[in-house]
Design a protein around this ligand. Sequence first.
Ligand SMILES: *[C@@H]1O[C@H](CO)[C@@H](O)[C@H](O)[C@H]1NC(C)=O
Ligand SMILES: *[C@@H]1O[C@H](CO)[C@@H](O)[C@H](O)[C@H]1NC(C)=O
Ligand SMILES: *[C@@H]1O[C@H](CO)[C@@H](O)[C@H](O)[C@H]1NC(C)=O
Ligand SMILES: *[C@@H]1O[C@H](CO)[C@@H](O)[C@H](O)[C@H]1NC(C)=O
Ligand SMILES: *[C@@H]1O[C@H](CO)[C@@H](O)[C@H](O)[C@H]1NC(C)=O
Ligand SMILES: *[C@@H]1O[C@H](CO)[C@@H](O)[C@H](O)[C@H]1NC(C)=O
Ligand SMILES: *[C@@H]1O[C@H](CO)[C@@H](O)[C@H](O)[C@H]1NC(C)=O
Length: 459
Amino acid sequence: MSYSPIPLATLFKSLAIFLGLVLLMFYISLKKNTHFHQFNLLANFTQNWQASVPITNTPTNISHIVYGIVGSMNTWKHKNSYVKSWWRPNVTRGYLFLDRDPTMDFLPWSSSYPPFRVNENFIKRSLYKNIVRPDQVRIVRTVMETFKQGDEDVRWYVMADDDTIVFVDNLVEVLAKYDHSKYMYIGANSECIKSNFDFSFDMAFGGAGYALSYPLAAALAKVFDKCIQRYTHLWVSDFMLYSCLSDLVVSLTHQKGFHQIDLVGDISGLLSAHPQIPLLSLHHLDTIDPIFPFMNRSESINHLMKASKVDHSRLLQQTICYHRPSNWSFSVSWGYSVHIYENIFPRSYLRKPIETFRPWRKERPPLYMFNTRPWPPGNPCCEAPHVFYFDSIEKSEGNQTVTTYVRASPRGLAACSSSGNFSADPITQIQVFSSPAAKHMEVLHYSWYRKRSLLQCFT
Ligand SMILES: *[C@@H]1O[C@H](CO)[C@@H](O)[C@H](O)[C@H]1NC(C)=O
Ligand SMILES: *[C@@H]1O[C@H](CO)[C@@H](O)[C@H](O)[C@H]1NC(C)=O
Ligand SMILES: *[C@@H]1O[C@H](CO)[C@@H](O)[C@H](O)[C@H]1NC(C)=O
Ligand SMILES: *[C@@H]1O[C@H](CO)[C@@H](O)[C@H](O)[C@H]1NC(C)=O
Ligand SMILES: *[C@@H]1O[C@H](CO)[C@@H](O)[C@H](O)[C@H]1NC(C)=O
Ligand SMILES: *[C@@H]1O[C@H](CO)[C@@H](O)[C@H](O)[C@H]1NC(C)=O
Ligand SMILES: *[C@@H]1O[C@H](CO)[C@@H](O)[C@H](O)[C@H]1NC(C)=O
């Protein structure tokens, strides 16, 4: 008998090939699995879109938007007047999310409030282990919980705080311009450079309100809890959302008109020089002075809403004009204020807000994402305006709207001598005649030393 052993080298070679084959097969099956998984995931998303976003060309209207408003039972007493100022019962759709059940003094729940929901008690779940800020996780999960209410025929989910004022009709018109069947994340960042620097210049600040298209909300809801787990160390809900959306390869579409108002004090300078862009929201109304000096905060907002109800697209739109015989400049912020300067200033100057406000936190300049005019000004007689605030609104003949603005207080300064010493002190009120057909023109009426004057102002 002869014995012929397999040479050791050959054995090793076969073993190596065999191992290689096993590894290759393992790799292929892994690839197949991930492929299958992804395909499955996509299939489900597509299914969902088709079910809830019928491919139609009908214009977007108020019923296509579902709001998720983040509230808290402790503060609802002070915030409900803000929500009531814009919420339209049985017309606007959505929910107020609370941290706990309403207390007896709010029951039965008023039908002039959005219906309430209590946020899921996520803290108990083992999922969330190292949460730095449970309140922020509650806030950000409201996006998903709003989606999970399962409303039908939704194109947009709009998130806001209980101290956010939403200008619903303008929002409908603005959102209608975007494709709701795509992944869309629409909002605005903060007025303050430092706030944006600390988080991201491309993050939507939630108090200003932001919109997610239905397909994006659906995609997000699927992965949200897993995603938040990755970001439990973060301190701010908006940044968690921004991080999760970035992971879904979605970036912010900047939309002007949402206002976070990371400001304190008197924001009249900002509201008096609003660009020609629909006003979408105002936030932080508790941290700023009442926007009309002769009213409290909630009255102020309801007052602004009076103008909004008559001509929402005109609200705060700035138009500028000049009265050459007296060397005056006029700046109108429709439905809010009129400023008269005893000097001729170019539009580029008058479009810059007067810095009547301060930033959220004390920082080193530059402070803001926009240019401002210093306040108080270097030459008050010529640079400080006579300020008139919106008082009343009525319809006149020929579909014209007349808004009346009254002087807030005497200016208490000498006339501007460099341009002719024409004091605007005698003017006590200004009427602005607007015609819906002439979007970018206003006609001003005022009397000056018993003379009636008439001026045409343009954007
Ligand atoms: C897709 O939907 C089906 C049925 O609705 C479900 O069983 C399956 O788990 C879903 N797949 C994924 C990846 O979510
Ligand atoms: C909004 O449009 C849908 C059709 O897409 C229609 O069914 C609904 O009645 C409209 N709602 C309002 C308030 O016009
Ligand atoms: C809203 O609709 C419900 C049911 O149709 C009705 O009971 C309620 O009075 C309505 N609320 C308002 C404020 O119109
Ligand atoms: C604001 O003024 C209105 C009307 O005068 C009043 O009803 C309301 O209680 C006031 N609100 C606050 C917070 O003082
Ligand atoms: C006022 O507006 C209505 C509807 O927009 C229009 O039918 C009417 O002709 C207008 N009237 C005048 C005097 O312009
Ligand atoms: C308007 O201002 C200009 C420049 O300051 C000045 O030269 C002119 O005399 C002024 N017009 C009147 C009517 O005072
Ligand atoms: C404005 O009045 C001052 C003081 O009365 C005078 O010195 C100045 O020349 C006047 N300016 C003009 C442009 O008339």
